[in-house]
Design a protein around this ligand. Structure first.
Ligand code: PEP
Length: 266
């Protein structure tokens, strides 16, 4: 089967509304050029940007008219409304124009106390609120050095997706494998390391959700750049990328999109 390729840019805590709007406009304007010469169509590839909450509304006018372009939030509160100071829930994310949310990013887990239990609650809230959930999993360096990386990622999947049936996950769940040691470090996983973990995640998803699991896209994230994107996307079971640093500039982000799109139909 052919799964949808995703190339998603996580802007983290960067780009105030004006700068975010300028980047979004340039991405929207230059996307056709990035796809020129490839056979990629709307059904094959989705390109998304995740600005800070504050900048979602400013980017929406440039993203929305494009069927191929998606707007994502970088997180999602576990409740829709109430006495939860500082939180932004799924209904607010949807109202700001985003159709998806990143859940369980390693920076949220490591720096802001997002436990497995909270990640599960956020993921459920996002799905229940009609958003696509991009669930991030990945191991720290010491876990990989101890040879426990697959068990660690499986435990994260078990925890985040506990109790969810295929109907909940179907079509609106994307998994991103992001080894913590590769995020923002310039040390990308080798295509072999990434592909091995993606095969493990695929086996878990298929065992758990049947054909709905086989259909889910699994993205790789961690120091992806145009010059390593091609080998990664060709490695098998890697259905695109979650990109941090290289997504901040439209040109470097679109160069990755071009490499992923070139893989469509190969
Ligand atoms: C990320 O933060 O999700 C990420 C993959 O960052 P970078 O591409 O900068 O490693």
């Amino acid at each position: 089967m052919t799964r949808t390729l995703w190339v998603l840019g996580n802007w983290k805590q960067n780009h105030l509304p004006e700068a975010a709007a300028a980047c979004a406009r340039q991405i929207a304007d230059d996307l056709p050029d990035a796809l020129r010469g490839t056979s990629a169509t709307v059904g094959d590839i989705r390109v998304g940007i995740a600005p800070p909450y504050l900048s979602l509304a400013a980017t929406r006018p440039f993203v929305r008219p494009h069927a191929m372009l998606w707007l994502l939030a970088q997180d999602c509160g576990a409740q829709d409304a109430g006495a939860f100071t500082g939180e932004v829930g799924p209904n607010m994310i949807a109202a700001a124009g985003a159709e998806a949310a990143i859940i369980g990013h390693s920076e949220r887990r490591a720096l802001f106390g997002d436990t497995d239990r909270l990640v599960q609650a956020k993921l459920r809230a996002a799905l229940a609120g009609g958003l696509t959930a991009v669930l991030c999993v990945g191991e720290a360096l010491e876990v990989r050095q101890a040879g426990a990386h697959e068990a660690h990622v499986v435990a994260q999947l078990d925890a985040a997706l506990a109790g969810l049936g295929p109907e909940a996950a179907n079509a609106r769940l994307v998994v991103a494998y992001e080894p913590v040691w590769a995020i923002g470090t310039g040390h990308t996983a080798t295509p072999e390391q990434a592909a091995a973990m993606h095969r493990r995640i695929r086996a878990w998803l298929t065992e758990r959700f049947g054909s709905a699991g086989t259909d889910r896209s699994i993205l790789y994230g961690g120091s992806v750049k145009a010059d390593n994107a091609q080998a990664l996307v060709a490695a098998g079971d890697i259905d695109g990328f979650l990109v941090g640093g290289a997504s901040l500039e439209p040109a470097s982000f679109l160069a990755i999109v071009a490499r992923a799109a070139a893989h469509v139909g190969t």
